[in-house]
Write a protein that binds this ligand. Structure first.
Ligand SMILES: Nc1ncnc2c1ncn2[C@@H]1O[C@H](COP(=O)(O)OP(=O)(O)OP(=O)(O)O)[C@@H](O)[C@H]1O
Length: 295
């Protein structure tokens, strides 16, 4: 890969606040066209790191390149290539949705069609509604619309679906998939593990200012290679075994039951199990193997 294959390259990023090292030596590569999800508990340093990449905060240490530019020296043209959906929204309460989106389109050299963008976030019925009358979830959708209106090469989404109902979240996922198909690079921070799993090519787990691990949602924390749990029901009740050969276990059960195995399930650790383990929480898939009931 050469430098142009990366939307973001970070080496040794440190950001200190007066009483806190918020980001403590983070390395990060995001490839062009990739959806990268940053996961981590409250206060881990995700927003601070993102704000440095966006050029809103200066790093204390580190080498940072965003679309080939050091954000500390990013000019207006560079900024117009970014889309930003921050955690707190802007306040232009007296404008309607359509007015605001059209207004923002005017800031960019190559904007997307405002009406298409409004429809893509599911706000077409609210085009004429003043923004102060939107619900929290609708306001958040408007934030997303304003983040993508400039047709960004790199889109930052900081907890974009907080407050969305399940249908709106699905609709948002489709929007992100379409942007990805169109070649947009996306850095997403989220607390929803299912969202990261659904959308991200790779995830990075950050805790206490440090990058703990980077991997695909399928393989993070050795997830793909982990022991599976096979569970079923028989006359004695529920049973579960942990095994590295779940297929053989299922074949054995099928033979024993002469066909259909009641309540059969095969599970591997979820992304949430692995995530909680990585950030040092308790009660995860790493518990010692236990056989619940004999087969
Ligand atoms: N402006 C600030 N001044 C001082 N300390 C700050 C400031 N902003 C953040 N911090 C501290 O830096 C640390 C990292 O905060 P940050 O907002 O980057 O975390 P986060 O991972 O985005 O958290 P969340 O998931 O809650 O959004 C926290 O301890 C926070 O209290």
């Amino acid at each position: 890969m050469n430098e142009n294959d990366y939307a973001v390259r970070v080496r040794g990023l440190v950001k200190r606040y007066p009483d806190k090292v918020a980001v403590d030596g983070v390395d990060l590569d995001i490839h062009r066209g990739e959806v990268f999800a940053l996961l981590g508990p409250n206060g881990a340093g995700k927003t601070t790191a993102t704000e440095v990449l966006e050029g809103y905060r200066r790093a204390d240490e580190g080498e940072i390149s965003v679309l080939g530019v050091d954000p500390a020296h990013g000019d207006r043209r560079w900024r117009s290539r970014l889309g930003i959906v921050a955690q707190s929204s802007r306040d232009e309460a007296e404008l309607s949705v359509a007015e605001l989106v059209h207004h923002f389109a005017g800031y960019y050299p190559n904007p997307r069609d405002p009406d298409e963008v409004i429809a893509s976030v599911g706000l077409q019925d609210k085009r004429k509604t003043r923004t102060r009358k939107l619900s929290g979830g609708q306001r958040r959708r408007l934030d997303v619309a304003l983040g993508v209106i400039g047709n960004p090469e790199l889109l930052f989404l900081d907890e974009p679906t907080t407050g969305f109902d399940p249908e709106a979240r699905r609709q948002f996922w489709t929007l992100i998939e379409n942007l990805r198909t169109a070649g947009t690079t996306i850095l997403l921070t989220t607390h929803y593990l299912d969202e990261a799993e659904h959308l991200a090519d790779r995830v990075g787990v950050i805790a206490d200012g440090r990058m703990v691990e980077v991997g695909t949602p399928e393989t993070l924390g050795g997830r793909g290679a982990r022991t599976a749990r096979v569970s079923w029901l028989d006359a004695d009740g529920a049973h579960e075994v942990r095994t590295d050969e779940p297929t053989a276990e299922v074949a054995r059960l099928m033979q024993r039951f002469g066909g259909e195995v009641p309540e059969l399930q095969v599970r591997r650790p979820s992304l949430e199990d692995v995530y909680l383990e990585l950030i040092g929480s308790v009660g995860t898939a790493a518990e010692p193997a236990v056989e619940v009931g004999a087969a």
